[in-house]
Every structure is written in C-alpha cells, then in structure tokens.
Design a protein around this ligand. Structure first.
Ligand SMILES: CC(C)(COP(=O)(O)OP(=O)(O)OC[C@H]1O[C@@H](n2cnc3c(N)ncnc32)[C@H](O)[C@@H]1OP(=O)(O)O)[C@@H](O)C(=O)NCCC(=O)NCCS
Length: 167
C-alpha cells in the first residue's frame, strides 16, 4: 500500500476517491454528498489517500492503482470526509489517515451521524470526545455528534515543551 497527500487543487485521485465514497453510500448509507459538493470540497482542501496496487507487473510502470481509503481535511483541522473501502476495514487504514491528518493539526474535529455508532467508536478509540449534539444537522434531518481531539494539552506536547524548555 502507498500513501499520497493531495494538496488543494490536486485532483489526481478524485475519481478513485469518489468510487470508494459511492460504494460506502450505496452499501451503508453514509457519505451521501452530491458530486458537485464532494468534488468542490475535495479540490479546495487537503486529501490523504491510501492506495493499493500499482506496478503490479513489477516492470516499473505504474498502473492499476486503486484507492482504498481517504480523508479530506480542511485548513482548520476539520475532517470533512473519511472513508475506507468496506473490504479493507479493520486493518488500521482509518487510523493511519487520521494520524496523518494530525501531523498537520494539533486539533482535529468532525461530525458523525447519530446512527453511525461505528464511526463514533472509531473516533473515541483515537482520543476524540463528543463535544456537542447537533439536532437536524444533515439534509435528511438526522442529528450529528460534533467530535474533537485536541492534542495541544496532551502528554506528548507537555513532554515536548518540557524538553524544549530545558535549553
Ligand atoms: C470509520 C472507518 C473510517 C474506520 O476505518 P478502518 O480502517 O476500519 O479503521 P481501523 O482499522 O483503523 O480501526 C481502528 C479502531 O477503531 C475500531 N473501529 C473501526 N470501525 C469500527 C466500527 N464500525 N465499530 C466499532 N469499532 C470500530 C476498530 O475496531 C479499531 O480498534 P482496535 O484498534 O482496538 O482494533 C470505516 O469504518 C468507514 O469508512 N466507515 C464508513 C464511513 C464513515 O463512517 N466515515 C466516518 C464518518 S464521516
């Protein structure tokens, strides 16, 4: 597997990301955004993309690469979209995508559908907490949980501060 970071304006992986997103929508009913909304959000923000395949023939020629997971993250650390190919769940791909986003941001935030218990559990495992409940957040009227992970006061940054402060 390979990781690629798509800065704003880079739509190299947009079609592959859209395919995974649409499969999740069809099979699970999450990530229901339209192409217009999704593609313009993707193009204006940073994409983190996990790919499999490529150079399958071993002859140095790229080809046959497929997207297996993606995160699209706004400049303020808000996770707009996160999805992993259903056949590739439980391998740590979702975790890697969130941790890659965390390299750019001390504070990460997101909304999850009220019914999406799996996503809430997933984010909780990664240190997110539900900060508030938002009634009728989604177009279909479903509520959302606004979740936050703020690493600024974490043990890691306190240790880093202490070490830096020793000089
Ligand atoms: C949420 C999602 C991105 C997780 O991806 P993933 O690659 O399977 O996640 P990981 O393999 O990194 O799992 C990390 C941990 O979260 C837990 N977890 C993941 N999905 C879970 C679920 N549905 N229910 C309970 N726990 C879950 C895993 O058990 C794992 O815990 P462990 O380390 O103790 O085993 C994926 O399920 C998905 O694409 N869901 C549909 C879209 C969605 O809900 N997106 C997020 C909201 S927009």
């Amino acid at each position: 597997m390979r990781y690629d970071r798509s800065p704003p304006q880079d739509d190299t992986h947009l079609d592959g990301v859209w395919e995974v997103k649409q499969r999740i929508r069809r099979e699970e009913g999450y990530l229901c955004q339209t192409w217009e909304f999704f593609s313009s959000s993707y193009e204006r923000n940073t994409g983190h993309v996990v790919l499999k395949g490529g150079d399958v023939a071993g002859n140095g020629e790229e080809g046959g690469e497929e997207v297996v997971g993606f995160a699209v993250v706004r400049g303020d650390g808000y996770i707009l979209f996160l999805g992993v190919e259903p056949d590739r769940r439980g391998e740590g791909i979702g975790t890697s995508l969130v941790e890659l986003a965390a390299e750019d941001h001390d504070k990460l935030t997101c909304h999850t559908r009220d019914s999406n218990e799996g996503a809430v559990e997933f984010y909780r495992n990664l240190g997110f907490e539900v900060e508030r409940y938002v009634e009728s957040y989604y177009q279909d009227g479903e509520a959302a949980r606004y979740m936050v992970r703020d690493d600024r006061g974490s043990l890691k940054s306190r240790i880093t501060d202490a070490i830096i402060g020793e000089d």
